[in-house]
Write a protein that binds this ligand. Structure first.
Ligand code: AMP
Length: 293
């Protein structure tokens, strides 16, 4: 039986020693933090970061702190053996797979929190979620000390928050954004897509379609931002989404709301972002959009 060439490390001491050895050899190290159940969105991040660094560390850690009490922490898909095979296929150098005690040992008391960008959008319905993300990513980056870390455009608010975090805390890692990957039918690839029944998947496909339609309505000047967002929300509900948690347009670089007073140059490069619930599954998506004033 073929054995994996991915080195597996489960504690921070060995991780630090390996990365130190690579740095001593003048090798650049990249990190892709994940929660596992790897799919081609994750693999695309690994291929992308390989263009910038010599060695790639992928972490798999299902972080309890970023799940709310009624969320899917217990049933979140876990598939380490299959994940290792996929990591091997894209020539990952190292898998860091700590257990909960390694990340949050007994007596752990610290919370890392980024202000402002963590208000609204995903935070509105997931209180505490971003503190969980920023706390664990701070730990993962400090444990590994990679030169580059890559996060997916799929979680655009998360990427924006983490870029701010690394900058504010002088973490010596360049935080970069990797392209959003979609399944062939257009649905943003997600570990949570496995929860969808065929019928729910049909409904879920209306999410990217709605974003595209709103972009067309706004960029063509056919509808105002407000009109297009109201139309999109209604369409998602009519298509069978249980709830539209948000459908909003924000500035791309800092996620501030769009107001006419910011229109120094037109068009403004913005993002249209959505979170909707299909069946019991919460799905998110986003796309770039130009706003003309
Ligand atoms: P997760 O395992 O869902 O926490 O995701 C780990 C990383 O993969 C995050 O930076 C996500 O933004 C990224 N990611 C997840 N899905 C996709 C996707 N479809 N395209 C690009 N990146 C993704």
């Amino acid at each position: 039986m073929a054995t994996s060439s991915v080195k597996i490390i489960r504690n921070k001491k060995d991780l630090r020693a390996q990365v130190r050895e690579w740095h001593m050899a003048d090798l650049k190290v990249g990190m892709v933090p994940t929660m596992g159940a790897l799919h081609h969105g994750h693999l695309s991040l690994i291929r992308e970061i390989q263009k910038h660094v010599d060695k790639v560390v992928v972490s798999i850690f299902v972080n309890p702190k970023q799940f709310g009490p009624n969320e899917d922490f217990d049933k979140y898909p876990r598939s380490e053996t299959a994940d290792i095979k996929k990591l091997d296929e894209v020539d990952t150098d190292l898998l860091y797979a700590p257990d909960v005690g390694e990340i949050y040992p007994e007596g752990f008391l610290t919370n890392v929190s980024v202000a402002k960008i963590t208000e609204g959008l995903c935070a509105a319905k997931r209180p505490g979620h971003f503190d969980g993300v920023t706390t664990v990513v701070t730990k993962l980056l400090l444990q590994c000390l990679p030169d580059v870390a890559l996060f997916g455009e799929k979680d655009f608010q998360q990427y924006t928050v983490l870029k701010q975090l690394a900058n504010d805390l002088d973490i010596p890692t360049d935080v970069m954004c990797g392209k959003l990957i979609r399944d062939d039918d257009g649905l943003a690839t997600s570990s949570r897509n496995v929860y969808l029944s065929p019928e729910e998947r049909k409904t879920a496909l209306e999410i990217p379609k709605t974003l595209k339609q709103a972009i067309e309505d706004i960029e063509s000047g056919a509808l105002s931002m407000e009109e297009a967002l109201a139309k999109g929300t209604q369409h998602l509900l009519d298509s069978g989404c249980k709830e539209v948690q948000y459908l909003e347009i924000r500035q791309s670089d800092n996620l501030d709301p769009i107001t006419t007073t910011i229109a120094e140059t037109s068009p403004i490069l913005a993002r249209i972002l959505v979170a909707a619930v299909v069946g019991k599954t919460r799905l998110i998506d986003n796309m770039p959009i130009k706003i003309f004033f």
